[in-house]
Design a protein around this ligand. Structure first.
Ligand code: MLT
Length: 263
């Protein structure tokens, strides 16, 4: 794509009625969506791609921004010949979804926003990101990863679903230091996308893990009240990684949403 390799997972459909594109959070990869791709109904086509610099996708750009990632998303849709798609983004994936909606909402058939928000970072959050950059740039990626895992998973996941933790730990440790640092700056400098919410007349599902320590209940409620056609799901026994921590509740809501609006 534009001279750059983009890795993606595909769930094919012989006669697709709709296409869903899953967008991963920071600092993860398309692998976090494998289970959701597998459970899609026959008539729904699904993609999960690695954002530039993450997973198996390459980058050739001197800096990252959420705006750049959103423009990459449209380049990806062009490359796989999809005119209009339902977007499902978790956390950073949600920031990218909302920035994409500001750029061109005509190409978005619906949105699923998981454990995310539409506001920019506070100064306190920016300063925390700068400390994380120092940690990783100083050669302590493992310490960063272990601290991050404690923040994103709820306690019961450590006991009941060690495979999910291991998956994400491996992904973080395999992400390059330069990608982690550049993406932290992209997160710190993202714009507030709240203004787009009220202009979206498309089906929307807001999902939040009940014990998410990164996104507040108020932020999920704000997305829900600003998006006219939205539903809000609170996922029990889940922190920030709701699709991995409680896949049965997450997948049931995903399938209900698809059958109601896209099948
Ligand atoms: C993510 O999961 O994408 C990050 O936690 C987002 C963030 O730190 O703002």
């Amino acid at each position: 794509m534009n001279g750059r390799d983009v890795f993606y997972l595909l769930k094919q459909s012989s006669q697709p009625k709709a296409t869903i594109v899953f967008i991963h959070g920071f600092p993860f990869s398309s692998e976090m969506w494998r289970n959701q791709l597998e459970i899609l109904p026959e008539e729904i086509e699904g993609f999960a791609f690695d954002i530039r610099g993450f997973g198996r996708s390459k980058t050739n750009h001197p800096f990252f921004s959420i705006d750049l990632f959103a423009r990459d998303l449209f380049d990806f849709l062009d490359a796989v010949k999809v005119d209009k798609a339902l977007l499902c983004g978790l956390s950073m994936g949600g920031y990218i979804t909302l920035r994409a909606a500001q750029i061109n909402k005509e190409r978005i058939a619906g949105i699923i926003l998981c454990d995310t928000n539409s506001v920019a970072d506070s100064d306190e959050s920016k300063l925390k990101r700068f400390s994380s950059i120092d940690l990783v740039a100083g050669g302590n990626k493992r310490d960063f990863a272990l601290g991050f895992l404690k923040n994103i998973f709820c306690e019961s996941t450590f006991e009941n679903n060690p495979d999910a933790i291991q998956l994400i730990e491996n992904i973080i440790l395999n992400t390059s230091e330069s990608t982690i640092c550049a993406a932290q700056l992209a997160l710190a400098s993202r714009t507030d996308t709240s203004s787009v919410l009220q202009s979206l007349n498309i089906p929307a599902l807001i999902i939040r893990g009940e014990q998410d320590k990164i996104m507040t209940p108020e932020q999920a409620k704000q997305l829900h009240s600003s998006l006219k056609e939205s539903e809000l799901l609170i996922v029990p026994h889940a922190g920030h990684m709701s699709n991995l921590e409680n896949p049965s509740v997450f997948n049931t809501a995903l399938l209900d949403f698809l059958s109601k609006h896209f099948q």
